[in-house]
Write a protein that binds this ligand. Sequence first.
Ligand code: URA
Length: 207
Amino acid sequence: MKLLKPENALIEELLATIRDKNTPYYVFREDLERLGELLIIEALKELKLKEKTVETPVAPAKVKTVSEEVVFIAILRAGLSLLPAALRVFPKGRLGFIGTYRNEETLQPVNYYVKFPLLKSARYVLLDPMLAMGGTAEQAVKVLLEKGIEENNITFISIVSAPEGIRRLEKFRGLTIITASVDEKLNGNGYIVPGLGDAGDRFCGTE
Ligand code: URA
């Protein structure tokens, strides 16, 4: 597993707003999306390119365009918050969704919704703003692996991560995690400390 925490002053500035509990939901939403864009750009910066020639108003110019497919997968519900950012960064991206809940008796994760395009050698970008205990993230990666997608082609984007969640994903040797912050720990209720609270609720304006 490769963990990337991009060094960028703009990321710090945006983290400051979204961590602040006094930030209204509509500003939280906008800044979370902007932060998501910066991380998703990082995730896609090494996409393969192919050359072609276009005519500028002056002369022919050799240019390069992306030759790989990208599939963004939102982990429900909070991962939906990063889809607008993903599509702004790469409008040709295809979309998928994974929804999981934990069976309260067996404590095992159950997938209640899985739908995404299966494309040979596409880049798969899993979106979830919070990597907390890592159970849902682990389940989402397993879903992709079971469909034959290679670990090397999977990137997990989380805005704020807990060390516990990162440790849980360590076993996926080829996986890349891109995060704006690795926080201190989880509290007894499974919230990241200091974190930013419930990202889904804050994005949706749920009270
Ligand atoms: N999910 C959240 O939205 N926030 C946390 O702190 C942990 C999980």
